[in-house]
Design a protein around this ligand. Structure first.
Ligand code: AMP
Length: 410
């Protein structure tokens, strides 16, 4: 079965085409600048040079049409016919309390996703545009949605409730949801395989440190707590997001700087974090480079970033009354040996002994970065959110009643 995975944003769209029998990526790419002139489609097939096409793509329906044309292109394509796509899986950021697992799309699912627009105004409407665009281009192909929040629906109330009047939870669903769930789901399973231990016997702390960053305490295979909250602003310091701060700063800043609520919101989401403290960049590569060149502001930004990760790790050891492994994943977590070293330096009390050589190794495979004698293991486990979306979609389509019937009739 071939599964097309779509991650649809408001002006961009990423795609991965998987052959599920081999779990192999046949082609991948992205469309950027949707709705603007000179939109760019970038398409990549294994071992071939990346191919770029500039054209006018005014909406998501045209973007999906262009992707399908490319996938079936005589020279650059990998399929003879669009009917060779048997299912489509979408990433959806917010599933609220309605979805605790991936589901096939029907009218009621679309309605629920629409109801959640308020909770994720930047993401869910854009995902819906992707879903509708696929529906128009591939009307007979089943579609599934995989939610970033679903994995965290196992959190107990003491983790997910804010200590504010409960009427706000009852009326407006103001609570912590957590994000990066697709990544935590994938990485926790991969970690259990690597450790050759059953998931339901493990206490894991996973640090998904990318452009957005969060930590999660995963107890016996289930999310027990995570650092992001009602929105992805809470928790760790990130590239451009502040992470945790005293909420009283919001009205205080509004008064002192004569700002509007929207301006403060934008400041906390887009102009804070590494970017604000370093004054240089939101990209960890540039921060590390500047720090190593002696830039003091970059050094402070780096230290604050690592210190906050370490504090969450400490909190989650206490939350789960122990931990079997700490895992780093995502762009920074997988690639920055220096950041991992800075975080681990403060974890000696828990028995972490970093192996400096192993920490420097680059690999796309899971690996241990602590010494043989280290009481507590620290691992790097590369994430693969697209593969998890493809797997969930594949399973949902295989298990839908019509598919079972047609298999049993063969
Ligand atoms: P992600 O959101 O998981 O795609 O992560 C993207 C982020 O990873 C980028 O913004 C970079 O800051 C970071 N990154 C990628 N490669 C490196 C590297 N070699 N060292 C430090 N950070 C990196």
């Amino acid at each position: 079965m071939n599964v097309l995975v779509i991650n649809s944003g408001s002006s961009s769209l990423k795609y991965h085409l998987y052959n599920m029998e081999k779990e192999e990526v046949l082609a991948k790419g992205r469309v950027e600048r949707i709705g603007m002139d000179s939109s760019i489609l970038t398409h990549e097939v294994d071992h071939e040079p990346e191919m770029r096409e500039v054209s006018e793509i005014l909406d998501h329906t045209t973007a999906i049409k262009k992707v399908l044309d490319m996938l079936t292109h005589r020279q650059y394509g990998v399929l003879t016919n669009i009917n060779d796509i048997q299912a489509v899986g979408h990433r959806v950021v917010h599933g609220g309390e309605s979805f605790s697992e991936s589901v096939l799309i029907d009218q009621s699912v679309k309605l629920e996703i629409r109801k959640l627009f308020d909770l994720a105004p930047l993401h869910n409407p854009a995902h819906m545009m992707g879903i509708m665009a696929v529906e128009i281009n591939l009307p007979d192909v089943p579609q599934a949605v995989v939610f970033d929040t679903a994995f965290h629906q196992t959190m107990p109330p003491k983790s997910y409730l804010y200590a504010i009047p409960t009427v706000l939870y009852r009326k407006h669903k103001i609570r912590r949801y957590g994000f990066h769930g697709t990544s935590y789901d994938y990485v926790s399973k991969r970690t259990a395989e690597f450790l050759e231990r059953p998931m339901n016997k493990l206490k894991l702390i996973i640090c998904h440190i990318g452009n957005g960053a969060s930590c999660a305490a995963i107890l016996e295979g289930k999310s027990y707590d995570t650092s992001m909250g009602m929105t992805p602003l809470e928790g760790l310091m990130m590239g451009t997001r502040s992470g945790d701060l005293d909420p009283a700063i919001v009205p205080y800043t509004i008064n002192k700087e004569d700002l509007t609520l929207n301006e403060v919101n934008s400041m906390l989401n887009k102009h804070s974090g590494l970017l604000a403290v370093s004054g240089i960049s939101s990209d960890m590569r540039e921060i590390v480079e500047a720090m190593n060149d002696g830039n003091e502001a970059a050094k402070l930004a780096f230290e604050m970033y690592a210190y906050r990760i370490r504090k969450y790790i400490g909190a989650y050891v206490a939350a789960m009354d122990g931990v079997d492994a700490i895992v780093f994943t995502a762009g920074v977590g997988e690639n920055s040996a220096q950041l991992r070293k800075e975080v681990c330096q403060g974890l000696t009390f828990f028995g972490v002994e970093l192996d400096e050589e192993r920490n420097e190794v680059r690999s796309s495979e899971p690996r241990r970065i602590t010494t043989k004698g280290s009481k507590l293991s620290v691992l790097v486990v590369p994430t693969n959110e697209e593969l998890l979306i493809a797997r969930d979609t594949y399973q949902l389509v295989l298990n839908q009643p019509a598919a079972v019937e047609s298999i049993s009739n063969e």
